[in-house]
Design a binder for this molecule. Structure first.
Ligand code: GDP
Ligand code: MN
Length: 388
């Protein structure tokens, strides 16, 4: 699919921890449970005390009451009973991760993400962990150590030592453990084609052991064909239902919350279209990239996804004909409309190769709800008016 955007796939904490474990990052032993009785068995198996943790694809579970300590298997069952089915910011808890509880002395924060402006992976590390990292960045910016890694040179151990030193860790055993974890997190990042790897908190136990107590791992779905095991981890049911439908149909679609459905050919043009709709005072309902082609089936699939959103009041096609000629796209649109019979107003802007022929085809089709425009700005204005 040409021009396809990377889509972020979030993994559950327990999945991220499983990957951490494989790459040698220390994690606590745990079991997944989908029923309270399973949580009791898991606790008995692991040996209490345990911590019962809601598995949802959103952060701040602790504050929301989704993480609880249990001193016995019975208590683990009771806590799981409370947590399962809980709604955490729109995410219903379907499973809990029961793990051996840690005695925490200190909580640190370590992450690795892409810094797009520098075009390099960026480590962030601070001894002020356990809380929102945005809060640390805002209130104690000096406590947050940042370090870029040149992706061509790869990671070097001195970089981990520098993070540890600049953050002010002076215990030698702790320095050694954190440095090793930093290097392994880089391996996870590369090996899992991640967009984000975050450990918050990275804890030091009362025994002086450093361990990942939480995991947030986001991978790039463009890479999943190379990583079948991680592809299996993806939870399609947790995603937006429209986005799930789009994925099924191979449509590049991101739901937004406005009322003007947006389709473009090419990711860059489609993004500009979303911006222009906003610029003229409208609210885009989605981002949808038709890719390079304008074949009828692609248009049908895209329209089916877009119009499944009940908020959509008008549709704006923004097409720039390059290799794909505008008359071909126009034929595709007409064929698609013939197949699915839409009543919503549709504005089509065609520009580029054979634009005039394309517009003539659309005009001659004589559909009352079909409007053509020659510029992106006029098209956007018209679509916004028609949505009102
Ligand atoms: P989040 O709230 O979704 O980020 O979930 P976390 O996994 O980061 O847990 C939140 C907080 O719960 C941590 O910062 C810890 O303070 C606490 N917590 C989690 N696991 C344990 C544990 O094993 N022992 C103790 N004592 N506290 C824990
Ligand atoms: Mn956390």
């Amino acid at each position: 699919m040409p021009g396809r955007l990377a889509r972020a796939v979030d993994l559950y904490e327990h999945q991220g921890k499983e990957l951490f474990r494989r790459y040698g990052i220390p994690v606590s032993e745990g079991r997944l449970a989908t029923a309270p009785a399973e949580a009791r068995e898991a606790a008995a198996d692991l040996g209490p005390p345990v911590v019962v943790k809601a598995q949802v694809l959103t952060g701040g579970r602790g504050k929301a009451g989704g993480i609880k300590l249990a001193a016995s298997p019975e208590e683990a069952e009771a806590r799981a009973e409370e947590i399962l089915g809980m709604d955490i910011r729109g995410h219903v808890v379907r499973s809990v991760w029961v793990e051996s509880a840690s005695d925490i002395a200190r909580e640190y924060y370590l992450s690795l993400t892409f810094d797009r402006s520098e075009k390099k992976p960026l480590f962030m590390f601070t001894r002020e962990g356990g809380v929102d990292i945005e809060e640390v960045a805002a209130t104690k910016p000096d406590a947050l150590v940042r370090l870029h890694v040149d992706p061509l040179e790869g990671y070097h151990p001195w970089q981990g030592r520098r993070l540890v030193y600049e953050a002010g860790i002076d215990d030698p055993s702790e320095q050694k453990q954190v440095t090793a974890i930093v290097g392994r997190l880089y391996d996870v990042f590369v090996g899992c084609e991640a967009m984000l790897c975050e450990i918050n908190p990275l804890v030091v136990t009362t025994d002086g052991e450093v361990r990942a107590l939480d995991s947030k791992l986001t991978v790039d779905d463009n890479a999943l064909f190379r990583l079948p095991e991680i592809a299996e981890m993806r939870d399609v049911s947790a995603a937006d239902p429209l986005e799930a439908l789009a994925r099924e149909k191979g449509v590049t679609y991101v739901k937004l919350d406005g009322d003007v459905g947006v389709l473009g050919n090419g990711a860059g043009l489609t993004m500009s279209t979303v911006d222009v709709v906003t610029f003229v005072g409208g609210r885009p309902a989605n981002f949808c990239d038709l890719g390079g082609g304008g074949d009828a089936q692609g248009v049908v699939d895209a329209l089916e996804v877009i119009t499944r959103d009940p908020q959509v009041r008008s549709i704006f096609f923004n097409i720039f004909g390059g290799i794909t000629r505008c008359d071909e796209v126009a034929r595709g649109i007409l064929q698609a409309l013939g197949q699915i019979g839409l009543e919503l107003p549709i504005v089509v802007r065609l520009d580029g190769t054979n634009a005039e022929e394309g517009r003539a085809l659309l005009r001659d089709a004589g559909a009352g709800n079909l409007h053509t425009e020659a510029t992106m700005l006029d098209g956007a204005r018209r679509a916004v008016e028609l949505a009102a």
